[in-house]
Design a protein around this ligand. Sequence first.
Ligand code: NAD
Ligand code: TYD
Length: 338
Amino acid sequence: MKILVTGGAGFIGSNFIRYWLKKYPADSLVNLDALTYAGNLENLSDIENNKNYKFIKGSICDDNLAYDLVQDLDLIVNFAAESHVDRSIMDCRDFITTNVEGTRTLLEAAKSASRRNGKIRFHHISTDEVFGSLGPSDKPFNETTPYDPRSPYSASKAAADHLVRAYWHTYELPITISNCSNNYGPYQFPEKIIPLFITNLLANKKIPVYGQGKNIRDWIYVDDHNAGVDAIIKRGRLGQSYCLGGNSELTNFKLTKKILSFMGKGEDMIEYVTDRPGHDLRYGLDFTKAKNELGWRPAVNFNDGLKKTIAWYKNNQAWWQNIKSGEYLEYYKKQYGQ
Ligand code: NAD
Ligand code: TYD
């Protein structure tokens, strides 16, 4: 199979490429990535000489490039996105450009190539955040939950999902979508809570908990997410969405306490800071459909995955020390007057 992976130099995409080439070594993968602040070729330094892997620097918004790349493909897996909620609150222009217009560009390229060479399968990576925010005792989201995005990030992801489904209904482009919960694991850019807190603590810096730390997220180890995407590509029904949850809902405070305890640090390292505007209270995902139809479920226990992730950041300090996440944090603090 010949596969175009977009956003493969980012966190989940790079783990996906490593996962896929290990499991399906005869497949060939092209990684199209614009190398924004979040894209890092060091994430794939162990893969770069694999004869079945090729990197192309470019944007998913480039019509001509997309058109050229899709001509002899079997599958597109679209990870490329602006992915950080806080950045979308500061300025959402790039979110609309990449997440919406970029997805349209790829869909259009896939559609035009389909007409000439048979159908190209399109798998789109989405998020549970498109469903909105749950109350403390609400049932978790599932595939029938109406979309209700509430941040500029989730609104852009929701728009992209709707377009992907529109290409299925209108043009019969063979699509699938996965809506996944919060990922963690190696190579995650240290602006998201888990790598930010681990790297701050390794550098003996305080860790900023928004508000009172009562917000809840459902955590999934990145390899579990990618195994779910694999299952959908191999066994999912066309035109369908699948929720991939981690079975690990935690308040940010409980998550913070676990990180502190696994790293041998005390609660004095916490700095409570002004809350994120419009902060969604809770995400949770019911993955019964993926379990029943695909035989998929998350395999990594949260404590084990978190310990493994902490060990990775401890053993790969050069990787994250090269990344200037501090600049972003300073900007956020200025913006919200902390
Ligand atoms: P990331 O920010 O780590 O990586 C995004 C990658 O996309 C980067 O390599 C970046 O260079 C690339 N990119 C950005 N704009 C591009 C463009 N115009 N053209 C080509 N490449 C471009 O993100 P991530 O955490 O790996 O997320 C990957 C996907 O998974 C996204 O679609 C995101 O919405 C989705 N998702 C993420 C999570 C999570 O917890 N991180 C959860 C559910 C879904
Ligand atoms: P984040 O990792 O940004 O993912 P998302 O907003 O997509 O869920 O944030 C996860 C949770 O952690 C969210 O409730 C916001 C909170 N958070 C903090 O408390 N402090 C931080 O420094 C960050 C980045 C997030």
